[in-house]
Ligand binder design. Structure first.
Ligand SMILES: O=C([O-])C(=O)C[C@H](O)[C@@H](O)C(=O)[O-]
Ligand SMILES: [Mg+2]
Length: 430
């Protein structure tokens, strides 16, 4: 399986005005679809991947695309080394060429998107490598005729439980009328949203994205959820928007109500101070985001649960390995998500199905974005809040090229390069 091409297609798909501690989701999510084309005896196969469509990530992927031809799609170790060397700026004679990439995609003039990418830290390398690793594993699975979960050690579960991901939201994007979900700006609105999520998808856990309103209002929403769904595990995630004082007051109110509290405050020291003051387990996708972060958090007893995410932790194999790390240090494991489509949902599901220690329902933004999926319908569906591991070889999903082309055209029409929830919020409420 010799790699002949790495195709990166930036796309943009519709997103409702979901509020968070930064601001509000813009009308479109920027993302990218990766196609790893391979040659081999009897014909090649193409593996799929999906990642964020931030300009910096596209630039790096395009750079790697120029270096990856002729390598083996089985040799993910060599591909990982190539990515880290290129991102660390150690490769000689590299033409970073971001303007060239942007011109090709958009017809824009050079210099319109700022300076060339600077050498990136290991954290970025993990993100870039992850998209390639998923595509390699998809190609390997397609070639061998086995699902990706089998390449990750085999399944420990046939279906992966996901949590209903609740957001405060406006009724619609300004100037566009109300969307199908309507407004959720108070406890009643959040409960109504949860009812709809549970009715449609059967979720058996719920997570509220907090950090939007004064904490008392968000605690009232959690209490309203508790009353409306007495048997369902609940979480709230203010994305470290609370001060230590606020968080210490909040945990007194939330004691006995939550499955876990996600990132109430920023940094290991403040997380440790909150953890010491409550019996509510603290979870994080902000204070432990790589293996280097495990030791400091462990030494301070700052967290009890880590939310992995293959897009951030360096791929599917690294995600399964994170389960072993968590078991070794006595932490629980859950899964983080960001706005995504079906290629990512399939990848998340294969990884979760192969990870024994994953003891909490995974996050997913999929219900918010499923209407414009780039994969053909049929392979992915929710039953009782869980997604069955797709049966087909590889990730088990097929690209819908018509939708891909349409979403790529949308991307080009926007002229946007980054996600900026804060600027969008300020453009509406200065
Ligand atoms: O668990 C988390 O921190 C997230 O899901 C981060 C996301 O960016 C979320 O805040 C969002 O979509 O606004
Ligand atoms: Mg979080």
């Amino acid at each position: 399986m010799i790699i002949s091409e790495l195709r990166v297609t930036p796309i943009a798909f519709r997103d409702p005005p979901l509020l968070n501690a930064d601001g509000v989701h813009e009308p479109h999510v920027l993302r990218a679809v990766i196609e790893l084309v391979t040659d081999g005896p009897g014909g090649g196969v193409t593996g799929l991947g999906e990642c964020t469509g931030h300009a910096w990530q596209l630039d790096w992927l395009e750079l790697i695309a120029t270096r990856i031809r002729g390598m083996s799609a089985y040799d993910t170790g060599a591909l990982a080394r190539l990515v880290s060397e290129l991102l660390a700026g150690r490769a000689d004679g590299v033409d970073y060429g971001p303007d060239a990439n942007w011109r090709r995609w958009s017809g824009r003039t050079p210099g319109s998107r700022g300076p060339a990418p600077v050498p990136a830290p290991a954290f970025d390398a993990m993100r870039v490598y992850s998209a390639i690793e998923v595509a390699c594993l998809d190609a390997q699975g397609r070639r061998a005729g086995v699902p990706v979960v089998d390449l990750l050690g085999g399944r420990v579960r046939d279906a992966v439980p996901y949590a209903g991901y609740l957001f405060y939201k406006w009724a619609g994007h300004p100037g566009s009328g109300d969307d199908e979900w309507g407004a959720a700006l108070d406890p009643d609105g959040i409960v109504a949203q949860a009812e709809r999520m549970v009715d449609h998808y059967g979720f058996r856990s719920l997570k509220l994205k907090g950090g939007v309103f004064p904490p008392d209002e968000e605690i009232a929403a959690v209490r309203a959820l508790r009353a409306a769904f007495p048997g369902l595990p609940l979480r709230i995630d203010p994305n470290a928007a609370w001060t230590l004082t606020t968080a210490l007051a909040a945990v007194r109110e939330l004691e006995g109500v939550l499955e876990y509290l996600e990132d109430p405050v920023a940094g290991v020291d403040d997380m440790a101070a909150v953890a010491a003051a409550t019996s509510i387990p603290l979870a994080t996708n902000m204070c432990v985001t790589s293996l280097e972060g495990v030791r400091p958090a462990l030494e301070r007893d700052a967290v009890r649960i880590v939310l992995g995410d293959h897009h951030i932790w360096g791929g599917l194999r690294a995600s399964v390995a994170l389960g072993d790390v968590c078991r070794a240090v006595g932490w629980g494991l859950s899964m983080h998500s960001n706005s995504h489509l079906g290629i990512s949902l399939a990848a998340m599901t294969h990884a979760a199905a192969a990870t024994p220690g994953l003891g909490h329902a995974c996050d997913t933004h999929y219900p918010w974005n499923a209407a414009e999926d780039v994969v053909l319908p049929g392979a992915l569906s929710f039953q009782d809040g869980s997604v069955r591991v797709p049966d087909g070889p590889g990730l088990g999903v097929q690209l819908d090229r018509t939708v891909l082309d349409r979403l790529h055209a949308t991307y080009l029409s926007l002229g946007r390069e980054h996600r900026d929830d804060k600027a969008y919020r300020r453009s509406v409420t200065p």
